[in-house]
Design a protein around this ligand. Structure first.
Ligand code: MN
Length: 417
């Protein structure tokens, strides 16, 4: 465990996601800079280009003024972890040159509320898994057979599909309700129109930090070297479009109209203290999927629904620890056939549901396909997501006096055009 007594000389509120133990990475802009790599502490972003220009971190500063973090991440963990550790030192040491530098406020440190966070990475390829056993069981029970909810392959391999990178947007965006084909249960022919069953998927995603060559495989033992960090991820889903189109090749237009990611990449190193035991996998997995040690993570995840002009309503509290398959297994499986991965690729966890109905990570499960509507504080009900609703994910880890979090993953639904 890191030293819980480690404190920053910058004032940080007790519930802040951006403690001295976090030091995530992102990209911001404001009126004076187009795009800069940054970190965060308390209410501030830390401009890494300015720190490099002052010689306080040892990185070519041009890598820190790119549109995305891809080039920075590609420097490798030896460098990026060194930058993170230097930041922790600079922000905690009372004799830090940064503390003495009164001009740093406004150049190195900027209020998070005064800057705009941008897409942190250029995502080349995006894969989405289906690795929560409670989610897969709920969906299987609903759309197939409650007695045989899991497909025969589910406990033998981390099921996934290739998604689309072009429509992944950073938190704070809005998008129009998708249109497409649906087939109402009582109709003989499909109809075309706005999706009626718009849903969220509470997910996290990991960002690839090291590329491989075609033909190369990553083992579960080495997987962590290839995982730069994690973000919150909303894999927006159009359930009516999905039900009609998914046979036999899986999701297509029901998933690729928008996905939302949180702007801060929390490094795997920051998350290490929150490792916890995973599921006992029974039946035993094939040798290439075996792993040792505690490889799950205790990350508390909350979902809020905010109607236009209204209050936030918490509709779900889940936890990443409910994942059946670990990230290390997902990556080992993804590359076992020689499929190459690149820095910036994004791998979604799949909807993260827990065993309790309050822990279900989609509206489909929370309202059990619309049969148990959720009543909001303003008295209105939701079976799925309405126009002008904003859906906000938050996530944090807390253990032995150490806390860190992901910030927000938020997006607003506009009416279909
Ligand atoms: Mn998904």
């Amino acid at each position: 465990m890191p030293d819980k007594n480690l404190k920053s000389w910058i004032e940080i509120s007790a519930d802040s996601d951006f403690t001295i133990h976090n030091i995530p990475f992102g990209i911001y802009n404001d009126a004076s800079v187009r795009h800069r790599a940054c970190s965060a502490i308390g209410d501030y972003v830390i401009d890494l280009y300015e720190l490099a220009a002052k010689g306080l971190i040892k990185v070519d500063k041009h890598v820190l003024e790119q549109e995305t973090l891809n080039d920075f991440i590609a420097l490798g963990k030896t460098i990026t972890n060194q930058v993170r550790n230097t930041l922790i030192q600079l922000l905690s040491d009372d004799n830090s040159p940064l503390k003495a530098d009164t001009a740093a406020f406004g150049t190195v440190f900027k209020k998070q509320s005064a800057v705009k966070m941008l897409m942190p990475v250029r995502v080349g390829d995006y894969t989405d898994f289906y690795s929560s056993i409670d989610h897969a069981t709920n969906i299987g029970a609903m759309i197939r057979d409650p007695k045989n909810a899991l497909m025969p392959n589910w406990k033998h391999l981390p099921v996934g599909y290739h998604g689309r990178a072009s429509s992944i947007c950073v938190s704070g965006h809005s998008f129009h309700r998708p249109k497409g084909q649906q087939k109402p249960a009582d109709a003989e022919l499909p109809v075309y129109g706005p999706c009626k069953l718009l849903d969220i998927e509470l997910e996290t995603a990991f960002v690839i930090g090291k590329s491989t060559e075609l033909g190369e495989s990553v083992s579960t033992a080495n997987a962590d070297d290839y995982i730069f960090g994690m973000v919150l991820f909303n894999d927006w889903s159009a359930r009516d479009i999905q039900t009609w189109e998914y046979v036999p090749l899986g999701p297509f237009l029901a998933k690729n109209f928008a996905s939302t990611i949180s702007p801060w990449i929390v490094t795997l190193e920051a998350l290490e203290p929150f490792r916890t035991k995973g599921y006992v996998q029974d039946p035993k997995v094939l040798p290439y999927l075996e792993y040792s040690g505690d490889k799950n993570l205790d990350i508390k995840l909350d979902v809020f629904l905010k109607p236009k002009g209204g209050e936030e309503n918490k509709i779900c509290s889940s936890n990443y620890k409910y994942m059946y398959w670990t990230m290390e297994q997902q990556l080992a499986h993804h590359t076992v056939n020689g499929c190459n991965i690149n820095v910036g690729d994004l791998m979604g966890s799949g909807t993260i549901s827990g065993p309790d109905p309050s822990e279900y990570g989609s509206m489909m499960e929370l309202t059990w396909r619309g049969t148990k509507p959720i009543t909001l504080k303003d008295g209105t009900q939701r079976k799925f997501v309405n126009d002008h609703d904003t859906l906000i994910f938050r996530g944090h880890c807390e253990k032995d006096g150490i806390r860190l979090g992901f910030g927000e993953c938020s997006a607003t639904v506009l009416p279909a055009t």
